[in-house]
Design a protein around this ligand. Structure first.
Ligand SMILES: Cc1cc2nc3c(=O)[nH]c(=O)nc-3n(C[C@H](O)[C@H](O)[C@H](O)COP(=O)(O)O)c2cc1C
Length: 190
């Protein structure tokens, strides 16, 4: 294969990545702020831990440290425009919920609501944070998960025939998955 040698940071080779929108209460403004994050990952099953990388320059970073809790929101492909807007605006200056007319749903455990349009959402409390270069890894313990009634099959797997998850490709481009590409290889006979 002919290859190009590139400096780190000049290519989105590790994308597409699932878009995870972080929801955080802004007590001072009596609203909730939402910001998309492409750099997020599950970290542990027991206890259930989920990590999100946020730049300390974001307003959400400041809010998470202030409240100690946040929601994770996973959007369908049709909400790419909303994700892009949430990523362009800062809650420091605007109330994104009001400006984008976002519908919210209340959680069960924490005070922070989640986005009604999310096919899956989780309630988290901040348990740890680590600085890595220009990002902070904020580690949340997942206390409760809310998934659309028909979003997952009996094995808990997202039903791609019904849900088209929003993934970020980089450089303002978004993609989704195709249910026709799902493979379920059987184990090789022993
Ligand atoms: C699709 C997408 C993914 C993003 N991923 C990240 C990320 O992983 N970490 C980060 O700090 N910012 C990320 N951003 C940028 C923030 O969402 C952006 O700075 C946002 O305005 C922060 O809002 P806030 O200031 O209200 O918190 C992303 C933006 C978009 C559109």
């Amino acid at each position: 294969m002919e290859r190009k040698s590139l400096a780190p940071g000049s290519s989105y080779f590790y994308y597409p990545r699932l878009v995870c929108v972080i929801g955080v209460r802004d007590e001072a403004k009596q609203t909730t702020n939402f910001a998309p994050v492409a750099w997020s990952t599950p970290l542990s099953s027991h206890p259930p831990l989920f990590g999100v990388c946020l730049s300390p320059a974001t307003y959400s970073h400041h809010l998470v440290l202030a409240t100690g809790e946040f929601t994770l929101n996973f959007l369908p492909h049709g909400e790419a425009g909303v994700a892009e807007q949430l990523g362009r605006l800062s809650g420091k200056r605007v109330d994104k919920v009001a400006q984008l007319s976002l519908a919210l749903e209340g959680g069960e455990v924490i005070a922070t609501p989640f986005l009604a349009v999310a096919y899956a959402a989780a309630e988290c409390t901040l348990v740890e944070r680590h600085q890595f270069g220009d990002q902070t890894l904020l580690v949340g313990e997942v206390l409760r998960v809310h998934v659309g009634a028909d979003a997952c099959d009996d094995n808990g797997v997202v039903r791609l025939d019904r849900i088209r998850p929003l993934l970020y490709l980089g450089s303002n481009r978004y993609v989704t998955t195709d249910a026709a590409t799902v493979l379920q290889p059987s184990a090789a006979p022993g």
